[in-house]
Design a binder for this molecule. Structure first.
Ligand SMILES: [Zn+2]
Length: 274
């Protein structure tokens, strides 16, 4: 696993004054939208130290302060750096604060065991959930520039939101799309294809995933096709028309990820996740 502190890629300008930077740790994308005199950042990384790295890296672009941070969902790698950006307003879906407060402590307690290199940095984390929330949509004013937040339904989690910069036609999709690293640990796989379809309606230009390379319309179509197929396979298993082994063999993605996806799908079909 790459060490935090590695430089990663440069800031990539995807539209006028809309940037993303790809960090080696978990191959994560962090967004920056510049308004007049202020900056909005998309996601805050997994430790305060990594969040401070974002702040330092922003100095290559601007001296303006971060006035707004957005958490695309409740997962630790998108929220544990929040405290570094205060007194910025932190935005998220209305369920995000509850999820961070309910599950963040457990994540924090367990993380040092599987990420011993980060134990000291994780000890610095203070759970600091969004103080601005919404249910379906919100328009933010980033120094005179409108930025739209959308909740499009359950998918990777039940808190995924999408950040749209309409004047630059850039969409930050969080972990609703993630290339080869789709993660189903807390997913709602039966809802996810529909959520991806609504995401597709917003796409006019670049789409920034939570992890991995920037894509566009075709990338989201490809992800949606995978999500559809996994859903279909789970329904085949549940209906007794296919064995789990055959479904694993037919999956368009790797076996381990498919196993997780099918387990969550079947749990959803059996009404165990609602
Ligand atoms: Zn995630």
């Amino acid at each position: 696993m790459p060490r935090p502190g590695e430089a990663g890629g440069p800031w990539l300008e995807l539209g006028d004054q809309v940037f993303t930077k790809r960090y080696p740790f978990w191959d994560q994308q962090i967004g920056a939208v510049m308004g007049r005199g202020v900056v909005l950042v998309v996601d805050t990384r997994i430790t305060p130290r990594m969040a401070r790295e974002i702040v330092d890296d922003l100095r290559a672009l601007t001296g303006d302060p971060v006035a707004i941070a957005v958490n695309t969902h409740w997962h630790a790698d998108h929220t544990f750096g929040n405290q570094v950006f205060r007194p910025a307003a932190i935005w998220g879906h209305e369920r995000t604060p509850g999820q961070i407060l309910e599950r963040g402590g457990t994540a924090l307690a367990g993380a040092p065991e599987y990420m011993p290199d980060l134990a000291l940095d994780l000890a610095e984390v203070v759970l600091d959930p969004p103080n601005h929330v919404f249910s379906e949509a919100a328009t933010l004013d980033v120094g005179g520039r409108p930025v739209e937040l959308h909740y499009l339904g359950r998918g990777h989690t039940d808190t995924d939101i999408v950040v749209e910069v309409p004047d630059a036609e850039v969409v930050f999709a969080g972990d609703l799309v993630a290339g080869d690293t789709l993660n189903f640990s807390h997913a709602f796989p039966l809802d996810w294809p529909g959520t991806a379809a609504r995401l597709l309606e917003l796409v006019r230009g670049p789409v920034v995933p939570g992890h991995g390379a920037v894509g566009g319309h075709a990338f989201v179509v490809q992800q949606q096709a995978i999500l559809h197929e996994l859903s279909r396979l789970s329904r085949e298993i549940e209906a007794g028309r296919m064995s789990t082994e055959d479904a694993l063999g037919a999956s368009p993605i790797d076996r381990t990820t498919t196993e997780r996806a099918l387990a969550r799908s079947l749990a959803q079909l059996r009404g165990e996740l609602d």
